[in-house]
Design a binder for this molecule. Structure first.
Ligand code: ADP
Ligand code: MG
Length: 611
């Protein structure tokens, strides 16, 4: 057999496989080039999901005639000139092969002009072969049309998904990249219709506010060496998959499991098990502290001190979620899903108010559930031992920062909402407290609110080993499965720290002698059975913290006022001040919102007063 050197066209087709997988990867390369060219406006047009046309236009520096031709040569790049710049190849992805690769597998038309030239250049290339070069009238900047993608590599064409799916991928990538470049105006036109316009924004947070349709709070840490900024959406907007949380490191979109995990832990107890948060964070740190390895398809990072980064991100997000006292703004939250895909519009709103008796006397059974809240509020000094928890969190940040070598430590929150300021109007639909303040109508889910408060109380007293326990006058026999009994006995020490005291009674029964005081004796049997179920599940799935949270959540649910309980005015007020004293008060331990607000304008819209 004779050894042959492959012709350039074939080489480019092969390397195109790496760079050009689908329309989104073409868009990615072309948009990156436009960014590098200093564009302040980038327009992406797609037809048939990019299969018949992908066009990217920019108002960047443009190219002169010679450069325009050279740009399609393999390894042609204006961005590195010598071997000393080799590092830049790895970190910034200047490999000078994107245009060559794209032109090898499509029909490409380039139009470009620099500001100083009166006329521009047009280059037509089909399957890597130059078909024509001519002078043309053109606006300063560059536009590249990519038609008939993979027309000469049918095997690759087969891997393309439906136009809808390919379009969605382009849109998702564009949104991610737009977050990294808030000062650039982006437009996406799909089959002739403008589907996304992002005006120039002053920073990524401002841009994200446009993208995330719903209540969100900023994450911000500004140090000398490290800066973290971001925006996280209310926990109740969480999604079933992780694609709605965007992570940027030094202006690049990356996928990093450690950072994602840190974000999730920052949300603490406000997310359900299989839910993922919505939002973004942008981490900026010195190039020497991070290795951004840009693979054509996905970007992975390696941090010099990943433990410090983990803690910084977790505590930054945690601080933002802790501050999440901003009420959920209802109209947006219900009408739109994160990143702007419309959900079903809310149905009509019907309310029937039950005015309060002004005596403030607890008249109903609910009084017992709220008694601890009431006495705490009466004591006016609220000692819930939250400080302990917060100090731990801050100690974590300290560690992270000294490790990253920062001197200045500053997390910035932007929330000044308090429940106690609300003017309480009444209780409606047996479950909601209605209030108003400064031209806003507020609706508080009293069960979710009380549950959140109790959950924190239980978890904090568990951590500080401060659970108060009541002996049952009549011990309660609780039937479980045999496995349930065995597992509860194994976890006896853990459960006793929660305040449960019990012994084995029969082969499939335990006898409960004491309960945490926060629970009423009437729910002993039910809570014990639920706790046993959590303990059994926990045998399979590992993380201790999560199991503790599940147990605390079961207890909190049973300790809280329920729909149907009627609260006195004093009880409702006590609940509000309890909420102000507690952490994560925007969402219950299942991630549902605690309070929703309607601005006057929204209410006026219901009645057509805005017309
Ligand atoms: P790389 O971006 O790695 O340099 P590409 O193949 O993507 O390689 O682009 C080759 C060269 O073509 C770039 O280095 C740049 O000089 C030029 N170029 C490509 N796109 C543009 C654009 N939109 N505006 C100005 N110059 C461009
Ligand atoms: Mg490039």
């Amino acid at each position: 057999m004779k050894v042959k050197v492959l012709p350039d066209i074939v080489i480019n087709q092969i390397s195109a496989g790496e760079v050009v997988e689908r329309p989104a990867s073409v868009v990615r390369e072309l948009v990156d080039n436009a960014v590098d060219a200093g564009a302040s406006e980038i327009t992406v047009e797609l037809e048939q999901g990019g299969q018949s046309l992908i066009k990217v236009s920019d108002d960047g520096c443009g190219m002169q005639r010679d450069d325009a031709l050279l740009a399609f040569e393999r390894h042609a790049t204006s961005k590195i000139t010598c071997a000393a710049d080799l590092d830049a190849i790895a970190t910034m992805g200047f490999r000078g092969e994107a245009l060559a690769s794209i032109a090898a597998v499509a029909k490409v038309l380039l139009r470009t002009r620099t500001e100083s030239q009166p006329l521009g250049t047009e280059v037509a290339i089909d399957g890597g072969v130059v078909r024509g070069v001519r002078e043309t009238a053109a606006a300063p900047g560059t536009s590249i049309e990519v038609r008939a993608l993979f027309y000469n590599t049918p095997a690759r064409r087969k891997f393309l998904r439906s136009p809808k799916t390919e379009t969605l991928r382009v849109k998702q990538w564009l949104i991610q990249s737009a977050l990294a470049r808030p000062q650039i105006r982006y437009r996406l036109i799909v089959d002739g219709a403008e589907t996304l316009v992002l005006a120039r924004a002053k920073d990524a947070v401002e841009r994200a506010r446009v993208l995330i349709k719903g209540t969100a709070v900023p994450v911000r840490y500004l140090g000398d060496r490290v800066q973290l900024e971001g925006l996280v959406a209310h926990p109740s907007l969480a999604q079933a998959d992780s694609s709605s949380f965007i992570v940027l490191v030094n202006e690049r979109v990356v996928s990093d499991r450690i950072v994602q995990k840190a974000v999730r832990e920052g949300f603490d107890s406000t997310l359900k098990d299989r839910e993922y948060p919505v939002g973004f964070i942008h981490l900026r740190l010195p190039a020497s502290d991070v290795d951004v390895n840009v693979h054509p398809q996905k970007s992975e990072v390696r941090f010099r001190d990943s433990q410090a980064v983990f803690q910084l991100v977790r505590e930054g997000v945690r601080k933002a979620v802790l501050d999440f006292k901003t009420p959920m703004s209802s109209a947006l939250a219900q009408a739109t899903a994160p990143y702007g895909q419309p959900r079903q519009a809310p149905a009509g709103v019907a309310m029937q108010a039950v005015p309060y008796a002004e005596d403030g006397v607890a008249r109903y059974q609910s009084a017992s559930a709220l008694a601890p809240v009431m006495s705490a509020a009466a004591a006016s000094q609220v000692a819930f031992n939250l400080l302990g928890a917060q100090q731990t969190a801050l100690a974590g940040i300290d560690g992270a920062l000294s490790a990253v070598g920062d001197s200045e430590r500053r997390f910035v929150g932007d929330c000044n909402f308090t429940f106690s300021q609300l003017n309480l109007i009444g209780q409606v639909l047996q479950c909601y407290l209605v209030a108003e303040l400064n031209d806003q109508l507020y609706i508080v889910d009293m069960h979710a609110a009380h549950e959140r408060y109790n959950f924190n109380l239980i978890r904090n007293s568990f951590r500080t080993r401060n659970i108060s326990v009541q002996q049952l006058l009549i011990p309660e026999v609780v039937p479980l499965t045999e496995e349930g009994v065995a597992r509860c006995l194994e976890e006896q020490e853990l459960l006793s720290r929660f305040g449960f005291e019990f012994e084995q009674f029969g082969p499939a029964e335990i006898i409960v002698r004491a309960l945490p005081s926060i629970l009423s004796a009437t729910v002993a049997r039910q809570v014990m059975r639920e706790v046993a179920a959590v303990v059994c599940e926990g045998a399979a799935a590992g993380r201790v913290e999560e199991r503790l949270d599940h147990i605390a959540a079961r207890m909190a649910c049973h300790a809280s006022v329920r729909s149907g309980d009627v609260l006195s005015r004093a009880e409702a007020r006590a609940l509000f001040s309890a909420l102000d004293s507690t952490e994560f008060s925007a969402a219950c331990p299942h991630g549902r919102p605690v309070v929703v607000s309607f601005p006057r304008a929204a209410v006026e819209r219901w009645f057509g007063r805005d017309r």
